[in-house]
Design a protein. Sequence first.
Length: 361
Amino acid sequence: MLVPVQIALDYRPAVHSHAGIARAVRQLAIALAERDDIDLHLFAHSVTRASSASRSPARATLHRLPIPGRALPLLSRLGLSAELLAGNPEVFHWTDYVHPPIGKARIVLTVHDLAFIHDESWHGADAKILLARTARAVAAAHTILVPSRATQTDVQKTWPTARTTVIPFGSDHVPTTKGPQPFGGMPYVLCLGTIEPRKNHSALLAAFRQLSTPRPLLVVVGRRGWEDAAIVEQLRAAQQEGGVQWLPQAGDEEVFSLLAHAQLLVYPSLWEGFGFPPLEAMAFGVPVIANDCAPMRELTDGAAVLCDARSPAALSAAIDRLLHDREARLRGSAAGRVRAACFRWRDCAAAHARIYREVLK
């Protein structure tokens, strides 16, 4: 039997958010904690109150004190680097775009996406900050993990000497029960994603106005993000007009209930590193319409309807066709379930465990 490797996971995203990175970190921690060859420590120090209702895995050690993130560089200079605040593990895994200072531990870095190099306007002034921060992390890391070949391509183009490994995330966290039906059984189309330009809500709202009547309700779930003022104004106006409902906050249970009962998931995001909403929708058997881009082609592998989501007319036509074609919806539902079943957290954790051991050789 292998001697367990001590691993520290930067768990802060998991306790502060319900977004995609938070989902990835939470579920990875659960899967890693189930392994006998991993001694898992969760770095969760923060003065910010936990916003997630999720609990840390019972077999992991949670390290959480009211230490502000801005104090970590000073503590590191005083000899108290991040790994010493997380049980002094052999490997420290940076899981987000904020990287606590590390002393002697080997560093594994996950780069979820490099959307900020595709279009700086998506992140405004923060794009250059994100690029510089990620470049420093790439230089410091012993190896880099990415959730898709699309992200691997971006990393290798940007840092040609970087050592990368593709490890997709899982879908089997999706519950097998559907929960109560929302909106009194009213039919609706769902869109999940942070409110920011990259997620392309403006085109979706324009596309919905072009649909033939009667239209289903459009439910948009997403917290505010980067450069969101114009989109928030459009969402609020659409709500006032009627036919659109925006939910800025929704926990996992509510999100899964919304997903399970949706007629369709529309995911017009212009670029992704992975894409949990379409994967989770497919796991429920909900047909998916997504933007025709490399990450979505890779993730859905023919199980979704892809279109040019930059064009409201093309997006509207795809939604209209699927809403009125029952056979196409049934095919999409079946194909989606098959595709989603390929993504398992057990496999994801096993691949991570191999990488952790490799960096210690």
